[in-house]
Design a binder for this molecule. Structure first.
Ligand code: DAH
Length: 345
């Protein structure tokens, strides 16, 4: 019987080492310390054991029982501790602030273009687009600027590396959005009311006021009986919607080869109200766009009879608007991809 007790002890100890869960441990307890277990049965039947054997057997069986019981308690505590530790590790503090979520936004230029377009759409204009890599013909000739025209000097041009058989290089990065006027008139018959937003390029050294790429919005209206009054009314309304209802507009004569007459439009300074300040260069006026009545030659070139139809056109720089509004002092900030700048708008 003593042998059986020793066997139970070593078997129970060996098994206990492999146990990792409370369920398994309970099974173990029932097997080795339960009412029907071998050890308890031996203890229960000690009375039947001869007296000389009884003392040693009883002492040893009890020792083993107490030992297994204490190991059981130890193991139980150990498992519970491990369980608590892993719970502690898995615990989520729902009161911690969340990970900041990066919300994107439209670029300041895109937003300004949308704003400009929305105004003209509400005035009955339609949005059209043209290519950024353009033929010399559309960028210059068709706009009344033949090869030797001095006005071309004002458009520092980036020419594309493309040669025809004769060695001419008739492709360029468009220097303004005005070629879209020509593309539109070639395709559509009047009445025409379009605006053309897009990027333009100039071969220029960059500094605080010059970028080699920027954006413009072009406008064109062609119909019967379009006059300078339509031009003034439309652009005055535009300026007031963009810069405030009490803005005043100044129309002055200017020259652009593709319009006749041509004009430059300025608004009274929205910072000083016309008194003169740093923003308006103490003149009280801020120039916002160029415009004019479409030149008869330009209409004719597109197959539109200038005796029957007339039109007005205008073009404006997009970045200039937020530059004025927010007092941005360097145009290069627009395309530096510096989020610290872009996130502000
Ligand atoms: N294309 C001109 C420029 O880039 C701006 C302009 C002036 C556009 C007068 C027009 C216009 O349509 O009528 O400087």
């Amino acid at each position: 019987m003593l042998d059986q007790v020793e066997e139970v002890a070593s078997q129970a100890n060996a098994e206990l080492q492999k146990i990792a869960s409370l369920d398994e441990l309970e099974g173990w307890r029932v097997r080795y310390l339960g009412r029907k277990s071998k050890l308890i049965n031996i203890l229960r039947s000690l009375g039947d054991v001869p007296i000389e054997e009884r003392r040693t057997l009883g002492a040893r069986a009890n020792q083993v029982k107490v030992g297994l019981e204490s190991r059981f308690t130890q193991k139980k505590e150990q498992i519970e501790l491990l369980k608590n530790q892993s719970l502690e590790l898995e615990k989520i503090d729902v009161t911690l602030p969340g990970q900041p979520y990066q919300v994107g936004r439209l670029h300041l230029t895109t937003r300004t273009i949308k704003e400009i377009c929305d105004i003209f759409i509400s005035l009955g204009f339609q949005i059209v687009e043209g290519p950024e890599v353009e033929w010399e013909h559309y960028n210059f000739e068709a706009l009344n600027m033949p090869a030797e025209h001095p006005a071309r000097d004002g458009f520092a041009t980036l020419w594309a590396d493309y040669k025809t058989e004769t060695g001419a290089r008739p492709m360029l990065m468009r220097t303004h959005t005005s070629p879209v006027q020509i593309r539109t008139m070639e395709k559509a018959k009047p009445p025409i009311r379009v605006i053309a937003p897009g990027r333009v390029y100039r071969y220029e050294a960059t500094d605080a006021t010059h970028e080699w790429m920027f954006s413009q919005v072009e406008g064109l209206a062609v119909d019967k009986n379009i006059t300078m009054a339509d031009l003034k009314g439309t652009l005055f309304e535009f300026a007031r919607r963009l810069f405030g209802q009490d803005r005043k507009c100044r129309f002055r004569v200017d020259y652009f080869p593709f319009v006749e007459p041509g004009c430059e439009i300025a608004i009274d300074c929205f910072v000083c109200g016309g008194k003169g300040c740093r923003l308006c260069g103490s003149s009280g006026w801020i120039e916002i766009l160029g415009a004019g009545m479409v030149h008869p030659e330009v209409l004719r070139g597109c197959g539109i009879d200038p005796e029957e139809y007339s039109g007005f056109a205008f073009g404006m720089g997009v970045e200039r608007i937020p530059i004025l509004r927010y007092g941005i002092d360097d145009i290069r900030l627009f395309y530096n991809n510096d989020l610290r700048f872009l996130k502000q708008f």
